[in-house]
Design a protein around this ligand. Structure first.
Ligand code: ADP
Length: 273
């Protein structure tokens, strides 16, 4: 199964003069083990949507289901959904606070009530997953480089072993090499562990490189969904929505002038990136 969202709407400050509809009637399915890309202009509702999937916001209407766990407007306990999902916020390193990297990564597993031995195992496993040298475990997180800090913050989420990992603009502020390294690491983890990943990014190229299914939202509505090839074939519409897809869009436009059938992803990926 995976993640099934049905008729999801969210209104902030519902019933007040400040009511703001952020999501309207979203239906989507993200298969277990897939790598989904979520794209949309600023203010389109991406953050609101991922907070629903992570069990941090309750739907005004509709439901969010992950496997047998369902959340709707009447749900009292959000914990079961939250426990399935790891959400890495933007600039997650701002939330590092412990005196050592190991303690920071251990924070989540500790709160899950795991015993010391298991917490220790999880910490070092997560450090290995994100490519952090175990020797850094006793350092202060604030002595790490920017890229290492971000990896430590992501390790803290991974150490809770979520079924679904959501990353909100995870490469913001990193240099191009750091961006690629970080997402390559996440991608490898996704392949090895079969973890479902949802990547929120404004970078079409970033999304095209890793995701197998894309969701484009605008004004709180799901506008397009499909493989990267299918979605980018709508280059004209994406541009109208203010979504710039420089290299990829041009390539798809060119190809579309020559081809009538959909573009195989392989051609698209190799040529574009
Ligand atoms: P994105 O992540 O795509 O930038 P958001 O989900 O943050 O979009 O926002 C969607 C809409 O909801 C925007 O119009 C935004 O101003 C509004 N919004 C977001 N958070 C709140 C909030 N806490 N209270 C009121 N309105 C909000």
């Amino acid at each position: 199964m995976g993640i099934v969202i049905q008729g999801l709407s969210h209104i902030y400050m519902d019933g007040t003069p400040f009511a703001k509809t952020a999501l309207s009637g979203i239906n989507m399915v993200i298969d277990k083990g897939s790598f989904a890309g979520l794209i949309g202009p600023t203010g389109s509702g991406k953050s609101t949507l991922i907070q629903h999937i992570a069990g941090l916001l309750k739907p005004t209407k509709g439901t969010v289901r992950i496997e047998e766990t369902v959340v709707g407007p009447e749900t009292k306990k959000m914990g079961p959904l939250r426990n399935r999902v790891g959400l890495v916020f933007q600039y997650p390193e701002h939330q590092l606070f412990e005196e050592s990297v190991a303690k920071d990564i251990a924070y989540g597993p500790h709160n899950q009530g795991l015993n010391e031995e298991e917490v220790h195992r999880r910490v070092f496993q997560a450090m290995e997953w994100v490519g952090l040298d175990p020797e850094l475990s006793s350092r202060s997180p604030f002595q790490l480089s920017g890229g290492q800090m971000r990896r430590a913050a992501i390790a803290g989420v991974l150490a809770m072993q979520p079924e679904v990992l959501i990353l909100d603009e995870p490469t913001a502020g990193l240099d191009p090499a750091g961006q690629r390294e970080l997402l390559d690491t996440v991608y490898q983890l996704h392949r090895e562990q079969g973890m479902t990943v949802i990547l929120v990014s404004h970078s079409m190229e970033e999304i095209a490189r890793y995701a197998d299914i894309l969701f484009v939202i605008k004004d709180g509505r799901l506008m397009l969904t499909g493989s990267p090839g299918e979605v980018f074939a709508e280059g004209e519409r994406l541009r109208e929505w203010g979504l710039e897809i420089p290299v990829v869009a041009r390539l798809v436009d060119e190809l579309n002038q020559r081809l009538t059938s959909p573009i195989p992803r392989e051609i698209f990926t190799v040529n574009a990136l």
